[in-house]
Design a protein around this ligand. Structure first.
Ligand code: ADP
Length: 218
């Protein structure tokens, strides 16, 4: 394994994308840059960005491209990402964001965009029982037998249901994914930077397929 990689992971909500990104970032020793986590942190901290984004996120809408491109460009300019690379999770989400990413990374282009393929029917059930650590983002599945105070095994933070994991917001996000984000599969396919990986299977199996796709590329 050669450390360092510049990756985008695409995949619909509930595909296991976030969890796989965490593993990939450890494996390739690159920062995991999740725009959803960055926005949720801004909401918690009550920054201007957070105040603006909260209603959009809770309704399952998309924050404006200009704001997102600014946020990600700043993050990619930090030393760790410039030197080692990155794994982008939740960005780009529109063709316009992908075009801006190409401009921002022209001197060190993306290695690969991976589409983690999981059918919509499969993710719906997973999303309704998804719980997430407020601090480190680790995902859990509720069994219905949890005590009211649930602490994260990883960092001790509070494990909660996301405000946007309601049936309405979930459906809106999945629709937006199909209309706004799926066109990226073509965008990266046409420019020879796409790998499609079957996301159905155990987390270990899926992780094995993902690392293989990256290694094949290099
Ligand atoms: P999801 O479960 O929908 O993949 P994320 O955790 O990636 O969620 O993002 C949560 C919310 O943050 C999105 O529904 C959207 O409102 C906002 N968001 C995150 N990334 C972007 C982006 N690249 N462009 C626009 N909005 C974004």
């Amino acid at each position: 394994m050669i450390p360092g990689a510049r990756l985008v992971l695409l995949g619909r909500q509930g595909s296991g994308k976030g969890t796989q990104c965490v593993r990939l970032s450890r494996h390739f020793v690159v920062p995991h840059i999740s725009t959803g986590d960055m926005l949720r942190a801004a909401v918690r901290e009550g920054t201007e960005l957070g105040k603006m984004a909260k209603a959009i996120i809770d309704a399952g809408g998309l924050v404006g491209d200009d704001i997102m491109v600014g946020l990600v460009s700043e993050r990619l300019a930090e030393d760790d990402a410039r030197v080692r690379g990155y794994i982008l999770d939740g960005f780009p989400r529109t063709v316009s964001q992908a075009e801006s990413l190409d401009k921002a990374t022209a001197s060190r282009p993306l290695d690969l965009a991976i589409d983690l393929v999981v059918p919509r029917e499969l993710v719906l059930a997973r999303l309704s029982i998804r719980r997430v650590c407020r601090d480190c983002g680790t995902n859990y599945q509720a069994t219905g037998h949890e005590t009211s105070q649930w602490s994260c095994d990883n960092c001790g933070g509070d494990v909660v249901q996301r405000d946007d994991d309601t049936p309405d917001a979930i459906n809106r996000r999945l629709d937006l994914y199909e209309s706004q984000t799926e066109p990226l599969i073509d965008f990266y396919g046409k420019t020879g930077r796409l790998a499609q990986v079957d996301g159905v299977g155990s987390p270990e199996e899926v992780f094995g397929r993902l690392t293989e796709a990256v290694e094949q590329r290099r």
